[in-house]
Design a protein around this ligand. Structure first.
Ligand SMILES: [Zn+2]
Length: 121
């Protein structure tokens, strides 16, 4: 074999360094300091939805198919740059770097304690 060709065309799909289920801390905005779990990631918008953070009230008119009517609280998307990942190992807010595991898969590691954050994969 003449060696593998390096992929020169990178996929342009944006990828965020946080994922659904990650614990994050809000670092700006009215909910600064709050911690929560990511319930949704929207890479195309560079936004995340964090449980219990950035709650907004929605006024819903009663509709035939709607389950709820009236005023309900729901979390609004936050910019990814307004949250920081909390390392499950050292418990600190951290940035992530990436590494390649022996099995060839990419994994995120904590910049503080260099612990691998994606062990289950
Ligand atoms: Zn850590």
């Amino acid at each position: 074999m003449a060696g593998q060709k390096r992929a020169t065309i990178r996929k342009m799909q944006p990828k965020l360094s946080v994922r659904t289920g990650d614990q994050v801390e809000v670092i700006s905005g009215k909910d600064r300091g709050k911690r929560g779990t990511i319930t949704e990631v929207r890479p195309t918008e560079n936004r995340v939805i964090v449980e219990g953070v950035n709650m907004v009230k929605r006024h819903l008119r009663r509709q035939p198919n709607a389950l709820q009517a009236g005023i309900i609280d729901m979390p609004a998307p936050l910019s990814r740059s307004n949250v920081m990942l909390i390392c499950p190992n050292c418990g600190e807010t951290t940035r992530v770097s990436h590494t390649t595991l022996p099995n060839g898969k990419r994994a995120r590691i904590c910049k503080h304690c260099t612990e691998i954050l994606d062990k289950e994969q």
